[in-house]
Design a protein around this ligand. Structure first.
Ligand code: FE2
Length: 210
């Protein structure tokens, strides 16, 4: 991945949500991660930074992460991507394109890897751009997303956390909510300090989350 990628963190809405721009300083293009709450303000930040938005990426179907998809499409006409397993519940209908694990979205100097990390929802994904990872509600700083919802799976989340744990320690973690004393972390730090990532056995994890 080129070293020109950067992540811009934003915080809109009453539910401590984070939204992100994954951007290229070379081409001045950006993906908006989780268009929700106030798309006009989010796009205002895009403009302030001198960037052009070339699409939106949805981490999962919960409304606090994607209720702005129709407005995003209306204002930009750019594509929106969500995992196939969550597509049915993402607003925006035909404007939303299904993505799968391992798929690279974007081109040239702005490329984002879709990592399927189910558990919080069946189609939860994390987006990896260079050494930056947007984790949605899969992994927070110090904790994890809920697994007691209708399409949640604690077992899936255990394996998703193991998958993220295989990334280099220095990988930056940008979560979907502002639930900690700091807004971001690293995979290495979470493997050391996040109790849910410290658990090595599935059985222990399941008894821990229930
Ligand atoms: Fe969620």
């Amino acid at each position: 991945m080129p070293a020109t990628l950067f992540v811009h963190q934003m915080r809109y809405g009453p539910a401590q949500n984070f939204q992100y721009l994954i951007a290229s300083s070379a081409s001045k293009t950006a993906f908006l991660v989780d268009p929700a709450w106030d798309v006009d303000a989010l796009l205002g930040e895009v403009e302030t930074l001198g960037l052009s938005v070339v699409g939106a990426l949805v981490t999962h179907h919960h409304r606090d992460h994607c209720d702005g998809v129709p407005r995003f499409v209306q204002l930009t006409g750019q594509p929106v991507y969500a995992h196939s397993a969550d597509l049915h519940a993402v607003p925006g209908g035909a404007a939303v394109t299904a993505i799968e694990d391992g798929q690279v979205i974007g081109a040239e100097d702005l490329q984002v890897l879709c990592m399927h990390t189910p558990g919080h929802t069946a189609g939860s994904v994390s987006f990896l751009a260079g050494s930056d990872l947007c984790t949605g509600d899969t992994l927070f700083v110090g904790t994890i997303g809920r697994v007691d919802l209708p399409d949640s799976s604690a077992e899936s989340l255990f394996w998703s956390l193991r998958k993220l744990g295989m990334l280099p320690d220095e990988t930056a973690v940008y979560p979907g909510h502002d639930y900690a004393d700091r807004p971001s972390s690293t995979i290495g730090e979470q493997k050391q300090r996040n109790p849910y990532m410290r658990v090595n056995q599935l059985e222990d994890f399941l008894s821990f989350v229930r």
